[in-house]
Design a protein around this ligand. Sequence first.
Ligand code: HEC
Ligand code: HEC
Ligand code: HEC
Ligand code: HEC
Ligand code: HEC
Ligand code: HEC
Ligand code: HEC
Ligand code: HEC
Ligand code: HEC
Ligand code: HEC
Length: 336
Amino acid sequence: MKTSRKFIMAAAVLLGSWSLAAHADKIELPALGASQQAPVSAAQSSREHLAQDAKCTRCHDENESKPVLAFFQTPMGVTGDPRTPTCQSCHGASLAHLRGPVNGKIAPPDVVFNKGGMYPESSASQRASACLACHSGTQRTHWEGSPHQVNGLACSDCHKVHSAVDPVRTKGMQQTVCYTCHKDRRADFMKLSHHPVPEGKMMCSDCHNPHGSVGPFLMKKATINETCWSCHADKRGPFLWEHEPVVENCTNCHNPHGSNIAPLLKARPPFLCEECHDGPHQSANMFGPGVAGPSTATGFSAIPGSPADGGVGEGCLNCHIMVHGSNNPAGAYLHR
Ligand code: HEC
Ligand code: HEC
Ligand code: HEC
Ligand code: HEC
Ligand code: HEC
Ligand code: HEC
Ligand code: HEC
Ligand code: HEC
Ligand code: HEC
Ligand code: HEC
């Protein structure tokens, strides 16, 4: 690793003077897929690429307080790939900056991504355009108008490009990036019952597309339920006897991020059920000892021990076990 980095630096320095003369004022944005249009050998591409970069790497390298060359260890930094961005593809031509310090002051590069650096950060749209030049479409089809775009985020608010590992795309690390702005989610995922995000087995982006979505809440799929079904296919049905709130929205009963009531429940039954159904069968009084309610016909009152006594009736799930839906011909009441 060390030697290859040294080599890159050496090559960059060697090619720097040539490059400054040859490409002083022009940058080209190699489009993704350009390799199909104009075949270039990996070696040639690599040479040209390093020559371009040398305009900047003659001053910015691993010896600086802000090392930048780890970019070449990322999938985006493959110099043998003609589509690979040069420093100027992202930071702009930056001709004034390239002139170096004048009277002890150096003009900023055209696009500055990092907050808290010595120059004010560029506008969100400038920063995003620098990336969208190559990365529009696909997952980012709905970036324009998405909650993140509208609220002034740009790509570099989540992505690190001068780092061998991009935390926001790495299991076990991604959530720490999201938590910097979504602190309440951290609290949710610390609760007793949660999707295994803190354990590094799942990511926020298994459910959300942070770039934009046709669905609500940046859901990966068009609806919340479709997103859940992509992993919990058994809850999809179709069921002979459906439970309306399940078909409507899983979050009627579940908190997708975390809850102290397992499994991810918004309230403990019977309270959960009673938010929509009044009381434990009270209206028909069918649990009253010796009271013949409408349920007698189905043999309900024959169940030993009246459910209303001792709070058994509260255990809705003891009987209504098929709360997500039933395929049993006699399962209209979701109890089989
Ligand atoms: C002549 C030397 C020189 C060249 C060439 C040069 N820079 Fe700089 N650059 C500097 C100096 C000096 C600073 C001030 C901050 C520092 O010391 O890092 C700076 C700052 C920056 C910053 C802001 C860092 C911050 O903390 O905000 C960026 C981004 C940057 N340069 C990118 C580039 C890019 C991209 C190129 C090539 C197009 C380039 N530089 C070429 C000398 C140079
Ligand atoms: C793919 C786009 C992209 C490319 C290519 C790129 N940069 Fe950057 N650069 C960024 C972003 C985004 C940041 C903000 C910090 C980060 O994301 O790591 C940044 C930050 C910087 C900084 C400030 C570093 C700091 O720690 O404050 C310097 C200096 C810099 N880039 C120089 C360069 C040089 C030199 C090259 C070419 C070798 C280059 N950049 C190539 C996107 C890019
Ligand atoms: C000049 C074109 C270009 C520009 C500009 C550009 N990229 Fe890329 N990016 C690429 C290429 C090429 C790849 C590798 C894609 C591949 O292998 O399919 C890539 C890959 C990526 C990847 C995925 C890496 C992986 O693991 O597959 C991320 C994330 C990324 N870029 C973010 C950014 C961000 C953020 C910016 C702006 C700061 C940016 N890119 C600007 C060309 C570009
Ligand atoms: C809110 C955080 C966030 C923002 C803002 C963001 N991204 Fe991403 N990006 C992610 C996450 C998380 C992933 C990993 C998604 C996955 O694994 O499915 C990702 C993946 C990617 C990838 C690799 C997968 C692919 O689609 O090829 C690219 C490229 C990329 N982002 C580019 C961008 C660009 C360009 C922007 C700005 C327009 C941007 N991102 C803005 C969080 C973000
Ligand atoms: C199992 C799927 C799933 C995972 C994993 C997930 N979310 Fe969500 N998220 C949802 C659903 C569904 C909603 C909308 C309904 C709700 O909030 O109950 C949502 C809503 C949100 C909202 C908007 C909430 C509001 O009230 O406005 C934010 C912010 C959010 N999620 C962030 C995150 C972050 C950050 C992570 C990772 C740490 C994450 N989510 C992981 C499914 C998920
Ligand atoms: C730099 C701050 C920042 C980061 C980092 C960030 N977000 Fe957001 N996010 C926001 C803002 C601002 C909003 C819009 C206001 C709100 O709903 O809170 C938002 C909204 C959301 C929403 C709700 C969308 C809606 O329709 O209500 C979700 C879901 C979300 N973010 C998920 C994520 C995920 C997942 C990550 C990490 C991959 C992430 N965010 C990283 C700032 C951020
Ligand atoms: C990317 C796959 C994936 C998606 C999408 C997904 N889940 Fe999960 N879900 C899991 C995994 C993995 C577990 C943990 C299973 C385990 O621990 O054995 C889980 C567990 C659960 C549990 C049981 C939790 C417990 O404590 O036992 C519930 C309830 C749940 N998910 C509901 C949902 C809902 C609602 C949605 C949609 C908002 C959803 N899931 C989306 C993968 C997913
Ligand atoms: C009417 C409330 C309600 C709705 C709506 C609901 N669930 Fe559940 N879910 C429950 C209850 C109650 C349990 C606990 C069942 C138990 O303990 O036997 C549960 C358990 C689960 C479990 C873990 C146990 C298992 O059966 O695998 C998963 C996963 C799950 N639900 C996914 C979903 C998905 C996906 C949706 C949306 C399609 C959904 N739920 C909609 C009430 C609901
Ligand atoms: C968000 C509201 C809501 C919640 C929470 C809810 N239900 Fe339902 N439930 C309904 C609706 C709506 C129907 C169908 C309409 C109807 O016939 O009353 C239904 C139907 C039923 C039925 C079948 C009754 C019939 O006449 O078809 C049973 C049994 C049932 N629910 C049990 C439960 C249990 C047990 C829970 C708690 C785990 C629960 N429900 C939670 C709204 C809800
Ligand atoms: C001891 C078993 C048992 C328990 C406990 C139980 N149920 Fe039932 N429930 C049934 C049976 C059996 C039926 C069929 C009704 C009939 O026979 O007329 C039924 C019917 C229903 C119906 C549809 C009839 C109606 O009145 O609309 C709903 C809704 C319902 N139960 C909700 C609940 C809720 C909510 C709880 C918990 C507070 C609960 N049940 C507890 C066995 C039970």
